[in-house]
Design a protein around this ligand. Structure first.
Ligand SMILES: Cn1cncc1C[C@H](NC(=O)CCN)C(=O)O
Ligand SMILES: [Zn+2]
Ligand SMILES: [Zn+2]
Length: 482
């Protein structure tokens, strides 16, 4: 193991404190770019390309070797073709005596318009009471820059960085990380071969002030179920009474999926869910969560469960089924007497270890076919699994978790909450399986940052202390390397 010079970290922290306004300024410049990957518009794709260019320049400014990998085009269902922004593969240092840590982040954002209820222009970073408001501040431009800030502090102080650094930066995460899986496969024995661990900072703490480490995320199987009589609508005055109505079939199908207590009714679905251990229960007990405050701030009268332990288990380690919407249904206001001719229901099942996606797919299809057959309807039903995203779970005895815990202790003076996340980061499992490297999720943002929501923000404190956390993490990784 290498020993960094004494006092190095203090110098780095001091540099970060003194230069925090510059770091906020860069975040402001990045937030100003409307890098929305969700809406398929040529203007926004140009913004994404501009964002990738700006980030590549910033990384080159640090002395990194940057490959801006062209990954082609996105084909939309309506026939439109749009460019996918390049994926950046950057590397800084290749000392065989040092460990190599790779940071994954994304620079695309969710859509945002001031009219949706933002207090200021979402693309104009606005600081109020230490909160930096703007689209992408916490998801994920702030954390990407925090990693860059950490590296830049070593560089500016002319100090040797104790680890080799790699960056994997994409611009299509919010659209499902298009083309990324293929690139990861291609680079398995190239870019990724020298990597020791991969850091993702694309989730939040469970608290406003207490840091967390994330060791698991749920996956997702997203289904569509179409019920079709014909391609046109009917008038209920002229056809009502003599049809098997597609909406009635669909509502029955969707109504058969989950009961009022949240239990999924698809037979066999809980078969492969990992059993809860006593040791695991203690993990939930140890987490600092004020259930009443959480419930009130969520503006929910009553959750399905009352205790902290049950709530956490149902968010993190049990599957859940959510019904998202119905295409073709008459959802607008007014009293139109229509019978929709063809409707598509959408629902998804959050997956946990050790559920098998193809088993889930079969179970759901068989269940819906059974329910549908009992109705003896003359309509046509088509079920398909539109998305299959794997759950991810880390081995928390891997040494990057120890390094991260020590770094958190140094910067925040506390042990982290060891938590999981109920939502999905699709690339985590793919990175782990394809590259065979361990992944850690090291979030910087607070529970109330509002990712994907109006008035998304990152606290200045989280952004700056987070930059220090990454610097401390480099040192701890180096210390553990042998
Ligand atoms: C697109 N998609 C469809 N099924 C799952 C997803 C990913 C999405 N990911 C996030 O929100 C990241 C949160 N940090 C989610 O979990 O819904
Ligand atoms: Zn994100
Ligand atoms: Zn997001």
């Amino acid at each position: 193991a290498s020993t960094p010079p004494p006092g190095l970290l203090e110098k780095v922290f001091q540099y970060i404190d003194l230069h925090q306004d510059e770091f906020v300024q860069t975040l402001k410049e990045w937030v100003a770019i409307e890098s929305d990957s969700v809406q398929p518009a040529p203007r926004l794709r140009r913004e994404l390309l501009r964002m990738a260019g700006l980030a590549a320049d910033r990384l080159r400014g640090l002395g990194a070797r940057v490959a801006s990998v062209d990954v082609g085009f996105q084909q939309l269902p309506d026939g439109q073709t749009l460019p996918i922004p390049p994926i950046l593969l950057a590397e800084l240092g290749s000392d065989p005596k040092k460990p190599t840590v790779c940071f994954y982040g994304h620079l695309d954002v969710q859509p945002a318009r001031q009219e949706d209820g933002w207090l200021a222009d979402p693309y104009m970073l606005t600081e109020v009471d230490g909160k930096l408001y703007g689209r992408g501040t916490t998801d994920n431009k702030g954390p990407v820059l925090a990693w860059i800030n950490a590296v830049s502090a070593f560089k500016a102080l002319d100090q040797d960085i104790p680890v080799n650094i790699k960056f994997l930066i994409e611009g299509m995460e919010e659209a499902g990380s298009l083309a990324l899986e293929e690139l990861v496969r291609k680079e398995k024995s190239g870019f990724f071969s020298s990597v020791d661990c991969i850091v993702i900072s694309d989730n939040l703490w469970i608290s406003r002030r207490k840091p967390a480490l994330i060791y698991g995320t749920r996956g997702n199987s997203y289904f569509t179920v179409e019920v079709k009589c014909r391609d046109q609508d009917f008038h209920s005055g002229t056809f009502g009474g003599i049809l098997n109505e597609p909406m009635a079939d669909l509502v029955a199908l969707l109504g058969s999926l989950v009961d009022a207590s949240g239990r999924i009714l698809v037979p066999g679905i809980y078969e492969h869910v990992a059993p809860v251990t006593e040791e695991e229960k203690r993990v939930y007990e140890a987490i600092d969560l004020d259930v009443e405050e959480y419930r009130n701030s969520s503006q929910v009268k009553r959750f399905l469960f009352d205790t902290k332990e049950e709530l956490l288990m149902h968010l993190w380690r049990y599957p859940s089924l959510s019904i998202h919407g119905i295409e073709g249904a008459f959802h607008e206001p007014g009293a139109k007497t229509v019978i929709p001719g063809r409707v598509i229901g959408k629902f998804s099942i959050r997956l946990v270890p050790h559920m098998d996606m193809s088993v889930v797919e079969t179970q759901v299809k068989q269940h819906l076919e059974y329910i549908f057959s009992k109705r003896n309807s003359s309509n046509q039903m088509t079920v398909s699994m539109a998305l299959g995203l794997h759950p991810w779970i880390a081995n928390i005895s891997d040494h990057q978790y120890l390094a991260a815990k020590r770094a958190i202790k140094t910067v925040f003076g506390t042990e982290p909450d060891m938590i999981r996340d109920g939502s999905t980061i699709p690339i985590a499992k793919i990175l782990q399986d394809t590259t065979q490297k361990s992944v850690i999720m090291l979030p910087l943002g607070a529970v109330d940052d509002g990712e994907h929501s109006q008035n998304e923000k990152i606290n200045r404190w989280n952004y700056i202390e987070g930059s220090k956390l990454f610097a401390a993490f480099f040192l701890e990784m180096a210390k553990l390397h042998s």
